[in-house]
Write a protein that binds this ligand. Structure first.
Ligand SMILES: [Fe+2]
Ligand SMILES: [Fe+2]
Length: 364
C-alpha cells in the first residue's frame, strides 16, 4: 500500500483528469472533454471502482468465505426438544443466547453499516467484499440465536410473562443488557464516522478474537449435539473474520501516526471492557447494570451449563480471555502500539484512564 489512503489516491487521479494537477499523458482535447463533468460530493459510494489487490490474502479470504457457507436451518433442530430440558434449564439456555444476541445478533446491522462506510471511503474492493461476507455470516449467527431462543422459550426474549422470581430476575437482566446494547449501538454509529480504518479494524480485531475464543472454548465443552455443532460452525466463521482483520491490519499498521497508535491503545481497552461481558464478567467502566445482575447472570450460566451448552466456568473464562488478549498484545506491540493494562485478567500494560465510553467500536 502507498502512503496515500485509497481515497487520497482516487482523489488525485480524479484531479488529474479534471486538469487540476498535471495530467501527464492527457491531451488538451481530452482534458477539455472531461473538464465540465461535475465532481461527486464525498463521502459517497460513487464513483464505482474496483481497486485493490485481487489475488492477495483478503481476496483469498473472501473466496474462502464463499466456499465455507453453511445453513443454520440445517442444524439438527429436531434434536433440540424442549421436553428434554427442565423449565429452569430452558430458561438458562434462552438467557445465554439472549446475552449472546447482544453481541452476535447485533452483527448484521453493525457490519452492514461498516460495509456501507467502506464503500463511502472507497476502501479497496477486497476490504468491502470481506465486510459483506462478514455481514452474511453474522445473519447466520443471529439466526442461531433466534432459533434457539424461539424453540426453547419465546421469539421475544424481552417480552414474556415470568412465572416466578428467578424468571423475573432473568428477564430484568436481559432488559438491562439490551439497554446497554442500545448505548453501544449509538456510540458505534457515531464512532464509525470519526475514526480512520486502521483504528476501526483494531477494534474489530478485538471482537473477532473474542468471538473465536468464546465459540471454540464452548464448542469443545458442549454436550448437546445442536449446541456443539452450532458453536463449531459459528467459531469457524469467527476465525475467518479474525484472519480478515489481521490481513487488513498488516496493510494499515505500518503507516500509523503516533496519534493513531494512542487511539488504538484506548480502543483496545474499551473493547476489552465491552467484550468482557460475554467472555468473562462485565467491568463497571462501561456497563450500567443493577447490583443483583452478576449473581443472576452466574445462576443462569450454570443452568445453561447443566443443559449441555458448554458455558465455561469463571476460572476457565478468565484464562482463555487472558490468553486471547496476549495474542492481540503480541500483534499490536510488533507495530509499536502500547497494549493497555487489563488487571481484570492479570495483564499489565499502559494505564488507560480517559476513555470515552460513548464511542465503543468493537464488533463480534
Ligand atoms: Fe458472529
Ligand atoms: Fe465475527
Amino acid at each position: 500500500m502507498s502512503g496515500l489512503s485509497a481515497w487520497e489516491q482516487f482523489e488525485r487521479e480524479q484531479r488529474a483528469i479534471n486538469g487540476e494537477v498535471s495530467g501527464e499523458g492527457l491531451s488538451q482535447v481530452v482534458r477539455d472533454l472531461l473538464a465540465d463533468i461535475p465532481t461527486i460530493e464525498q463521502p459517497n459510494i460513487y464513483p464505482m471502482e474496483w481497486h485493490g489487490d485481487q489475488t492477495g490474502k483478503l481476496a483469498q479470504l473472501y473466496e474462502r468465505a464463499k466456499r465455507e457457507v453453511w445453513n443454520p436451518a440445517e442444524l439438527p433442530w429436531d434434536q433440540l426438544d424442549p421436553k428434554d430440558f427442565t423449565r429452569e434449564e430452558r430458561l438458562g439456555v434462552m438467557y445465554w443466547y439472549s446475552v449472546l444476541a447482544n453481541f452476535d445478533g447485533s452483527g448484521p446491522p453493525v457490519f452492514a453499516k461498516a460495509m456501507i462506510h467502506s464503500y463511502e471511503q472507497h476502501e479497496p474492493d477486497p476490504v468491502r467484499k470481506c465486510f459483506f461476507s462478514i455481514t452474511r455470516d453474522e445473519v447466520n449467527h443471529e439466526e442461531v440465536c433466534q432459533r434457539t431462543v424461539t424453540k426453547l422459550w419465546s421469539p421475544t426474549p424481552t417480552e414474556w410473562k415470568p412465572q416466578n422470581e428467578l424468571e423475573a430476575l432473568a428477564l430484568r437482566n436481559i432488559r438491562w443488557l439490551y439497554y446497554n446494547g442500545g448505548r453501544y449501538w449509538k456510540g458505534y454509529s457515531e464512532a464509525l464516522k470519526k475514526y480512520p480504518m486502521a483504528v476501526l479494524f483494531s477494534s474489530f480485531m478485538m471482537g473477532e478474537v473474542a468471538a473465536t475464543t468464546l465459540f471454540h472454548t464452548m464448542a469443545k465443552q458442549a454436550t448437546h449435539p445442536v449446541f456443539a455443532q452450532g458453536l463449531r460452525n459459528v467459531g469457524k466463521d469467527e476465525a475467518r473474520h479474525m484472519a480478515i482483520c489481521l490481513a487488513t491490519l498488516e496493510d494499515y499498521f505500518p503507516h500509523l501516526s503516533e496519534d493513531d497508535k494512542k487511539l488504538i491503545t484506548k480502543q483496545l481497552r474499551a473493547g476489552f471492557v465491552f467484550l468482557s461481558m460475554i467472555l468473562y464478567e462485565p467491568p463497571d467502566d462501561f456497563w450500567k447494570l443493577p447490583p443483583e445482575y452478576l449473581a443472576v447472570h452466574r445462576e443462569m450460566e450454570s443452568l445453561a451449563r447443566k443443559a449441555g451448552l458448554g458455558v465455561a466456568t469463571l476460572d476457565i473464562k478468565r484464562e482463555v480471555w487472558r490468553q486471547a488478549m496476549f495474542k492481540v498484545k503480541a500483534v499490536v506491540e510488533r507495530y509499536g502500539i502500547e497494549f493497555p493494562a487489563m488487571p481484570e485478567v492479570g495483564i499489565t500494560g499502559k494505564e488507560v484512564v480517559h476513555i470515552d465510553f460513548n464511542d465503543v467500536i468493537p464488533v463480534f
